[in-house]
Design a protein around this ligand. Structure first.
Ligand SMILES: Nc1nc2c(ncn2[C@@H]2O[C@H](COP(=O)(O)OP(=O)(O)OP(=O)(O)O)[C@@H](O)[C@H]2O)c(=O)[nH]1
Ligand SMILES: [Mg+2]
Length: 596
């Protein structure tokens, strides 16, 4: 037996006040969506109402649709907008006796701004008007809109005419649609959480509950604004939007006051679109691609709509060339994931991979699929944490290579370049980016030791002019190997310092302390003498060890501290003993000696 699954959709009504929306919802579902006493008394819808409709589609599918019934009255457009924010299908109601009316028009524009693409039109009260002429009028009004081809179904709740037709029209439309994808980024609008406080300090209508990983809310967002070409000339709603215009912006079920700044044109007239910055009175969590409706500040007219291009514009200069490019690119193809990724990486050069398009309507799978495709094409570079545009990345790698090569040339005696120096030269702020660059370098011909990096092939060597300097240092140290001159005397001037650093790095000279350096051979002799003495006596004072070696206090104290640090000896009060490790080593030596 073939399994039949139920598909779920959301429908909202739309249309002028009193045109029969709620009556139609009741006729379709049996549920009266007007619940409030005030609604019953005034015979008008105020708040959103809800009902459920179960249908079977022509292909046998069962369909479950939640219906949101919206108010038509001009005073409640705000509630209407909240109802139609993320629906699959509009049930657009026009009364046959009244025909096309102001809120029929306003609701059509709102549905368009919000990206609703499908509708079924009910020609309600068909018992009261002339079906032919009303249908003709509606077709003319819908010309050039997304609903131009939508079915128009005459209905009457008085005669029950057309109710079944309307059900099948809705079922046919929904049967051909994919339900909205769940892209794994919840932003709830209606929720039932009895423990939450409601009101001024708690949550309010329009507040968004979301998951932390989607990032923080922002009060500056960059958008594409559009003003419908349908607005009647000389009507208040048709007035151009200028820089600094104060408006009410309706996002989802919420509303926030905002000021508009236009990017590259003085005003936005009917039929035009423009990139704009919205400075919101309070921050919101918006996603790139989110659509919204703009009403004038007094909430009399719907004056524009728009799409979010950059939901995190707080720290970005609106008029910088990079942001301009970024917004232009996104404005053209916001639904195209490659365009969105490219535009961001072209603008920022790189991003932490896990933050890329987090605030967008693309799902995680879609994003990682696109990233691997673009990386396969060579457009971007993916590392564990970082995604970078390929030119940006290769430029950094090239510059790093140049910095390191120059440093090797300039200071061939040095082992490599300090990472901090390299980072400053490359002007990299992000730890993650810098680490990614370093690991890329170490996979390709470079080696890192502690806090330095060098070419694998780099062999530190003294430049000619330092050879004699190094010779002088060797001579000075070997004159009295156990009582060498002060380190200060060996590091006066850049040449001495460089040569000394080279000999230390090379291992010829041991860096005992800030005051003392000794030749490696001398250091080994001193260490052996001390170890033998301690292994024989168990412990000894610094003074005994100094006499044993024949050196001075100036040298023995730092040298013993050096042995403590390197795990050869351990200090107990005024005495030194062999550290466990070296004592054990001595024992094995002794055992070995006995055996042979
Ligand atoms: N003759 C006739 N009257 C209808 C029909 N449908 C609705 N009405 C009447 O029209 C009036 C308004 O109907 P509602 O369903 O409340 O209209 P509405 O569009 O929901 O109104 P709002 O929600 O306030 O915008 C009511 O008195 C209904 O009885 C119909 O098919 N024929
Ligand atoms: Mg109603």
């Amino acid at each position: 037996m073939q399994e039949v699954s139920t598909r779920h959709f959301v429908i909202a009504t739309a249309g002028h006040v009193d045109h029969g929306k709620s009556a139609l919802v009741k006729a379709l579902t049996g549920t009266d969506p007007d619940r409030l006493p005030e609604e019953k008394a005034r015979k008008i819808t105020i708040e959103l109402g809800f009902a459920e409709l179960n249908l079977s589609a022509p292909n046998g599918q069962t369909i479950h649709a939640g219906i949101i019934d919206v108010p038509g009255h001009e005073d409640f457009v705000r509630n209407m907008i909240a109802g139609v924010g993320s629906i699959d299908l509009a049930l657009f109601v026009v009364a046959a006796d009244d025909g096309w009316m102001p809120q029929t028009e306003e609701h059509l524009q709102i549905l368009t701004y919000l990206g609703v693409k499908r509708a079924v039109i009910a020609l309600a009260k068909s018992d009261l008007g002339r079906i032919d002429s009303a249908t003709e009028q509606i077709r003319i009004q819908l010309r050039g809109t997304l609903f131009a081809e939508s079915p128009i179904v005459p209905t009457s709740i008085r005669t029950s005419q057309g109710i079944e037709n309307l059900k099948s029209a809705i079922a046919s439309e929904l049967a051909t649609m994919l339900p909205q994808r769940d892209f794994g980024k919840p932003r709830l609008l209606a929720i039932n959480l009895p423990d939450l406080s409601i009101g001024e300090n708690g949550i309010q209508r329009g507040d968004i509950i979301t998951v932390h990983s989607l990032g923080s809310p922002h009060a500056t967002i960059d958008v594409l604004l559009e003003k419908s070409s349908r607005l009647k000339r000389n009507s208040p709603a048709a007035r151009s939007i200028k820089n600094g215009t104060s408006v009410q912006v309706h996002f989802g079920t919420g509303r926030v006051a905002a000021k508009i700044t236009l990017l590259d044109q003085p005003a936005l007239g009917t039929g035009q679109s423009a990139i704009a910055r919205l400075r919101l009175d309070s921050p919101i969590v918006a996603f790139a691609g989110d659509r919204f409706v703009v009403r004038d500040s007094s909430e009399q007219n719907t004056i524009a709509g728009g799409t979010v291009l950059d939901p995190d514009a707080d720290l970005v200069n609106f008029r910088s060339a990079t942001q301009f490019q970024f917004l232009k690119a996104r404005a053209i193809a916001l639904h195209h994931i490659d365009v969105c990724l490219r535009s961001q990486l072209q603008c920022d050069g790189y991003a932490e991979s896990k933050t890329l398009l987090v605030k967008s309507n693309f799902g995680d799978d879609e994003i990682s699929e696109a990233l691997s495709r673009l990386s396969h094409n060579g457009e971007i570079v993916l590392t564990t944490d970082i995604t970078a545009s390929a030119p940006y990345w290769h430029d950094l790698i090239n510059r790093a290579t140049i910095v390191i090569d120059r440093a090797h040339q300039k200071n061939p005696e040095r082992r490599g370049v300090d990472l901090s120096e390299l980072r400053t030269d490359l002007k990299i702020e992000s730890d993650k980016l810098f680490n990614a660059i370093i690991s890329e370098l170490t996979r390709n011909g470079f080696v890192r030791f502690e806090n330095q990096i060098a070419r694998v092939s780099h062999r530190p060597s003294l430049p000619l002019e330092l050879l004699s300097v190094a010779e002088n240092i060797r001579a000075a140290l070997s004159a009295r190997p156990f009582d060498p001159p002060d380190r200060k005397a060996l590091s006066q001037g850049r040449n001495l310092q460089q040569a000394l650093r080279f000999l230390i790095n090379k291992g010829e000279i041991v860096d005992v302390s800030r005051e003392i350096v000794v030749l490696r051979g001398a250091a080994e002799q001193m260490q052996n003498t001390i170890a033998d003495f301690l292994s024989e006596k168990g412990s000894a004072t610094a003074s005994q060890l100094r006499q044993k070696i024949g050196t001075t206090r100036r040298v023995i104290i730092p040298f013993l501290e050096y042995l403590d640090r390197t795990g050869v000896t351990r200090r107990i009060g005024d005495e030194r003993v062999l550290a466990k490790k070296s004592a054990a080593a001595k024992l094995t030596d002794a055992a070995r000696a006995q055996r042979t």
